[in-house]
Design a protein around this ligand. Sequence first.
Ligand SMILES: Nc1nc2c(ncn2[C@@H]2O[C@H](COP(=O)(O)OP(=O)(O)OP(=O)(O)O)[C@@H](O)[C@H]2O)c(=O)[nH]1
Ligand SMILES: [Mg+2]
Length: 290
Amino acid sequence: MFAFLKKAFGKTNDVIKEAAGKKKKKIGKEEFEDILLEADVSYELIERLFEGLPKTINRVQAFNSLISIFQYEARWIEPQEYEPFVEMIVGVNGAGKTTTIAKLGNLYKKEGHKVIFGAADTFRAAAIEQLSRWAERLDIPIVATRQGHDPSAVVYDTIAKAVAKGYDRVIIDTAGRLHTQSNLAEELKKMVRVADKALSGTPHRKLLILDGTQGSSTVNQAKAFDEMIGIDGIIITKLDGTAKGGAILSIVDELKMPIYYIGTGESPEDLMRFGAKDFIDMILDEIFVK
Ligand SMILES: Nc1nc2c(ncn2[C@@H]2O[C@H](COP(=O)(O)OP(=O)(O)OP(=O)(O)O)[C@@H](O)[C@H]2O)c(=O)[nH]1
Ligand SMILES: [Mg+2]
């Protein structure tokens, strides 16, 4: 698990290793700040984290400081509590929503769940086709309509079918872009309302997909989605292709939400549960001697 994490964050690790140089028992505060900046942790957060720390810090002090950001795991929503468990996947164009849905479907299926997809990104025909291809490849049923049809109808039908046929995991794809931002907001809100009509209390989890290659700059789009429908948690994709993995710290700090998974490649297996402790240990391993 830890080795997978190191591989997933390969590029981020490389910049940290290079900035850190030889591993030490203690490190100057300023040097530590520079290392984190290299990995795209925001300056403002670094300043705040290190306030009150001595001029040189050891591994335990560094760990305690960084882990303090991850206090939002208390909001963690456990799928086991619901049947069917309904998730809605949102995020900007190209963030990795559809690919992540394939990964989640694959994971849940391997865990023994009966999964169904809802292709509620009806804005583009290609989006419906893309999810349909994944569904076929993974042998997961899908509810889909034609391009331009009401996405909320897809939401309703998918949940209704899950209830009727005993599927216990429902994953709903959504559009990342419409003609205007306010169209998108209205559509997403309607989808949430309609889900609740189909089965009260759904969607249980609204997950925001963020493109990891964009680093800390995704925070503003994340806030916009949160204002639209209220986001429960995050999945960060494309961490395999970026040195900006440290942005995870700024993203969690700004959004105050748990990170459920990270995406580490383009195939269905390339999804990992995110664990804050392991993530921080991975960073500190490159800086401190054990
Ligand atoms: N390297 C890498 N590529 C990824 C990852 N996740 C998604 N991608 C790629 O990113 C591109 C966009 O992914 P999609 O899943 O189509 O993104 P989307 O959010 O559904 O996009 P729209 O439907 O256009 O809004 C595709 O080429 C994916 O293969 C990841 O974790 N790592
Ligand atoms: Mg898509």
